[in-house]
Design a binder for this molecule. Structure first.
Ligand SMILES: [Zn+2]
Length: 521
């Protein structure tokens, strides 16, 4: 007898429909599976057989052929087919489950040898695929830990039913147990308080200019470089950037969750929770190229993609390998990253905001002042220059904002936050939200993403502002590219002020923010 049901395969972060078919006949007992990689196949066969037997079902001696079509497509998550394989086998062998009960039913889930279901990776993408199938499945059976992500992916089009065991799935399909669809309250889930909200800008003392640079970066989507001595608070500031950005929209939650669900090193149990807040990823400079970029025989996204829609923080930027720094170019330009693999390549999204940090020189104290005194740089001559040159021009070209930090005096660190409330994360986030709304309305994108033409159209300089810009150019403070960056940042400063025109003070402040870079030398 033949039994079939719907399932979904996963390739990278997207899913594709798979039909699981099992044919059983009275012949020499044999169990073959077509359509899984060899290693996954043997394991799946053993798991499924054990799960069926320990669930109390018969496994009569028959010839069984299970086919996962399309057979030729690679199945990155083989174990997700355990449950549909077991169900079609039971139906094909006529072991207590009529094949008609599987019609227009979809299932995904791994099985333990004892017959319990275990969560799989990529349930969200798999569910999205099934909810786009024609004909639509009438029901999707998933392990409990996958239920929320699957229900999100189905978007109400396919009822999602959670099953803890193979036996329970059979009971539901034969109507011996009720099928209660999982309800997800999208509004409630999105409104749940995010842990990063707990990090407030108010706790960061001193370095007001750097805080302002962070606000401008958040408002215009500008990539940012902090230069300062160790302990000046670069990491503290960077960690607070996600809290200044608008909350993720529903589509963004789904997009980010899809990427995180298949990241390597993520336990499937945890891979199923939806990512509701903007990611903050801070890979160490010793991190391998593959862990940054992604890769592997089943390509997984790396840190660069895990920062999608959030913040990628690279502390001690010059210490990263030249190959890793070079790898940042594609995502900074294209907002995605291509991972090479043996068979063709795979693309992962990588739309992050970059915050980089570095010491001004190897010892960390060049140009640093404390309590009104200049600290002594102990580096040999030219060491600082060589250190800064490790960062390639093309990478620096992408960074619109450079902020210098100074050590915070101990007295200020010990004093309680003052009455100045303007630099709470909440207040900054509100200003950032308003400035972003203006940019969306005007150009449909953030100022950092304006190309030369769009920039000319939106700039609207006052005559006085033009003068300031001209003078900066004459004093050769700005290269051609530097000029465009100053214009973009000035545009953001004007948007933060709610002004349609960019005035001289906006340009002057933007020039000042660029100047941080040169003064490092
Ligand atoms: Zn030094």
């Amino acid at each position: 007898m033949l039994a079939r049901m719907q399932a979904a395969g996963l390739e990278g972060i997207s899913g594709y429909p798979v039909e699981v078919q099992t044919y059983a006949r009275q012949k020499t007992p044999r169990f073959s599976v077509v359509g899984l990689p060899d290693a996954a196949l043997r394991e799946a066969r053993d798991r499924v057989k054990a799960a069926i037997l320990s669930s109390g079902f018969d496994f009569p001696p028959m010839e069984l052929t299970t086919n996962l079509t399309p057979a030729r497509r690679r199945k990155d998550e083989g174990s997700a087919f355990d449950l549909p394989m077991a169900l079609t086998i039971l139906a094909a062998m006529d072991s207590g489950l009529p094949a008609s009960c599987l019609e227009r039913v979809a299932a995904l889930g791994e099985l333990t040898l004892g017959g319990e279901t275990r969560p799989v990776r990529g349930a969200l993408a798999a569910a999205e695929t099934l909810a786009a199938c024609d004909p639509l499945p009438e029901m999707l059976l998933v392990p409990s830990a996958n239920a929320e992500a699957a229900a999100f992916g189905c978007g109400g089009r396919v009822p999602v039913v959670e099953v803890d065991t193979l036996a329970q799935a059979v009971a539901i399909l034969t109507k011996k147990a009720p099928a209660t669809p999982v309800e997800v309250d999208v509004e409630r889930i999105l409104a749940a308080p995010a842990a990063c909200d707990a990090l407030d800008l108010r706790e960061v003392r001193g370095n007001d200019a750097a805080k302002q640079a962070l606000e401008v970066a958040a408002a215009g989507g500008h990539d940012l470089l902090f230069i300062g001595p160790p302990g000046a608070g670069k990491t503290m500031l960077a960690r607070r950037l996600p809290g200044l950005l608008p909350p993720l929209r529903l589509e963004e939650v789904l997009e980010v969750s899809r990427v995180h669900a298949i990241a390597s090193g993520v336990d499937p149990e945890r891979a199923n929770s939806l990512v509701r807040r903007r990611p903050f990823r801070a890979p160490h400079h010793t991190a391998s190229y593959a862990s940054l970029v992604g890769g592997g025989s089943f390509p997984r996204p790396g840190e660069i993609s895990l920062a999608h829609k959030g913040v990628l923080f690279l502390d001690e930027l010059p210490e990263f390998s030249p190959r890793s720094l070079e790898a940042l170019r594609e995502p900074l330009e294209e907002r995605r990253i291509t991972v090479a693999r043996s068979r063709g390549s795979m693309t992962f999204p990588a739309e992050f905001q970059l915050v980089a940090a570095m010491n001004p020189c190897p010892c960390g104290y060049l140009g640093v002042h404390s309590a009104g005194r200049s600290l002594r740089c102990k580096c040999p001559p030219l060491a600082a220059e060589r250190y800064q040159q490790r960062i390639s021009g093309p990478l620096l070209d992408r960074i619109d904002l450079v902020a210098r930090l100074q050590p915070v005096p101990p007295a200020l660190l010990q004093a309680p936050p003052g009455p100045d409330e303007s630099y709470t994360s909440e207040a900054v986030a509100r200003r950032v939200g308003q400035a972003r709304a203006i940019q969306r309305e005007r150009a449909g994108r953030l100022n950092a993403r304006l190309d030369a033409r769009a920039l000319r159209r939106t700039l609207a300089l006052t005559p006085a502002a033009k003068q300031v810009l001209l003078r900066a150019g004459e004093q050769s403070l700005l290269s051609g590219r530097g000029l465009a960056k100053v214009q973009r940042v000035a545009r953001t400063l004007a948007d933060l002020d709610g002004q349609a025109k960019v005035d001289r003070e906006h340009v002057a402040r933007a020039v000042h923010l660029r100047a941080g870079e040169r003064r490092a030398a």
